[in-house]
Design a protein around this ligand. Structure first.
Ligand code: GLN
Length: 537
């Protein structure tokens, strides 16, 4: 039977619960344990696929094609393993399961209620992760304690803890400990209130992880105070989690205070000694003194960095592997529409046009692709970034004036990017795209083939529109190379230009597969070329 660690949060959201959960996962793995993580999100959407990234951050996609919360991306990067459909459940998903069962008559005349039906469904989802191959399941609950949507989840955990029995579960509560400038000290009161709220739901944390700003100290006295008010076994169960220069340092910061050891003790796990040396070696590169390479991400969700979190991390991984540090700027494609690509992008060493939906800022992205193609600036297009490159090439090289994607102009004269026929009449806006991993064959002698170093790959998708194969020959004659093709459906997966030092764009999202210890070849290639062409421009 697997043992469970529950991670809840209080005081404010965006506390880095996901990073804490992922870091603990890494530490337990480095002690020889087999670990998985599950995220429970109390919001009502069935999955985050229909949410605006500017509000909720990026939508992460698993190998098996599930649209998930961005924390799953952190889990994959920290644990270096692929997650599947069991990794993320929302209230919407839980309720839709229940309603489907109710319609089938599976509840046999019962009145369906939050307790026991919703809580039982939540427990069943948590139990889905229980397996003889897994020693520890970490369950992170989204939102903060006290949120109305989260009640059923906390009640389910309370019941589940009773069923699991002591020694088989452990509860970690993450809170914010603010530093008050005027008082010159940190305040523990919000943490006390948050734990009080949790205990009122029948849950007693074993460990409290206190998030503070950078360089803020949490003294032994303050830890003692928190431990006492929060009814913890000892002040060692108060873990300080300050802002770090890189998230990859968090495992080391929390393990120095014994978090993994305490968890193993509570769970009575016979774990090995911690060996974090390899991870730490990798993490220290992120804070070492390195030259910088300037990369622009030209997108439209410029307010929230989390909107492009996997792209940002993939760029950082690739830069570090090239012994450089990436200085990343999110550039608004609407600004490019107003001011022109050259003026805004001239000081960047490389450009990434990431995924996106809808027509806002599209023309700015098209001029970005044109500028990068003509000025030989390294360009990596991701999903929409590939479609953009195709539209630009159609208009300015093939001579198809007004070419467009039917996503932006339904009756365009030249639909070079078009919706797949099977997608045309689907009205359901959830999980109806080409989602998850698909095969891709790479052409011999192409840049893609050289970068990957193998002829066949699998990459993750999330889109409705595709390159329109009716235009393939004309494009090839004009100089576009179709270097990656999905063999099953003959779909274009990668395009590139031979007479350019580095212009490559994929219909898939390579960023989802980049890991801090395994940078993605397309990003590694981009950074390598960005560094190489730096002094020449
Ligand atoms: N909007 C485009 C499509 O649906 C691209 C999607 C994306 O970039 N993820 O095909």
């Amino acid at each position: 039977m697997s043992k469970y660690v529950f991670v809840t949060g209080g005081v404010v959201s965006s506390l880095g619960k996901g990073i804490t959960a992922a870091s603990l996962g890494r530490l337990l793995i480095e002690r020889g344990l087999r670990v998985t993580i599950q995220k429970l999100d109390p919001y009502i959407n069935v999955d985050p696929g229909t949410m605006n990234p500017a509000q909720h951050g990026e939508v992460f996609v698993t190998e098996d094609g599930i649209e998930t919360d961005l924390d799953i991306g952190h889990y994959e990067r920290f644990l270096d393993k692929n997650f599947d459909k069991n990794c993320n459940y929302t209230s919407g998903k839980i309720y839709s399961n229940i309603i489907a069962k109710e319609r089938k008559g599976e509840y046999l005349g019962a009145t369906i209620q939050v307790v026991p039906h919703v809580t039982s469904e939540i427990k069943a989802m948590m139990r889905n992760c229980d397996s003889p191959d897994i020693d520890v399941v970490i369950v992170e609950v989204g939102g903060t304690v006290g949120d109305m949507e989260g009640m059923a989840f906390l009640e389910a955990i309370r019941q589940f803890e009773r069923e699991l029995k002591e020694g088989n579960y452990c509860h970690i509560h993450c809170t914010l400990v603010p530093y008050l400038e005027c008082a010159g000290e940190v305040k523990t009161k919000p943490t006390q209130h948050s734990v009080k709220e949790l205990t009122s739901m029948g849950l007693n944390p074993d460990i409290v992880v206190c998030r503070t700003g950078k360089n803020v100290e949490l003294t032994p006295q303050q830890k003692k105070k928190i431990a006492m008010f929060c009814n913890l076994e000892s002040d060692a169960h108060v873990i300080h989690n300050p802002d770090c220069e890189t998230i990859y340092e968090v495992p080391s910061v929390i393990s120095k205070q014994g978090l993994d050891r305490i968890v193993c003790d509570i769970l009575k796990l016979d774990a090995g000694e911690l060996d974090l040396s390899k991870w730490q070696e990798m993490a220290s590169l992120y804070v070492s003194d390195l030259p910088t390479v300037n990369i622009a991400i030209v997108g439209k969700y410029t307010e929230v960095l989390d909107s492009y979190i996997s792209v940002i991390e993939a760029i950082k991984h690739a830069a570090i592997s090239n012994k450089y540090r990436a200085k990343i700027s999110i550039v608004s494609s609407e600004d490019i529409e107003m001011m022109g690509a050259k003026d805004i992008l001239k000081n960047f060493d490389g450009v990434v046009v990431p995924g996106g939906f809808g027509s806002r800022g599209i023309e700015g992205k098209i001029s970005t692709a044109q500028y990068c193609r003509e000025s030989k600036v390294p360009y990596l297009g991701l999903c929409l970034g590939m479609q953009i490159a195709v539209i630009e090439f159609a208009r300015n090289v093939v001579g198809l004036g007004g070419a467009n994607s039917t996503e932006f102009e339904e009756n365009t004269q030249h639909p070079v990017i078009d919706i797949m026929p099977e997608q045309r009449d689907i009205e359901d806006k959830g999980a109806t795209m080409r989602l998850g991993a698909y095969n891709c064959h790479l052409e011999d002698n192409s840049l893609a083939r050289r970068l990957y170093g193998m002829p066949d790959i699998k990459e993750r998708h999330r889109h409705r529109y595709e390159f329109n194969n009716e235009y393939r020959e004309r494009f090839a004659r004009a100089g576009m190379t179709f270097s990656g093709i999905n063999p099953e459906k003959d779909l274009v997966e990668i395009v590139e230009y031979e007479d350019h030092p580095f212009f490559i764009a994929s219909q898939f999202h390579p960023e989802f597969k980049s890991r801090p210890n395994k940078p993605h070849p397309l990003f590694v290639g981009l950074i390598r070329q960005a560094i190489a062409s730096k002094p020449k421009r």
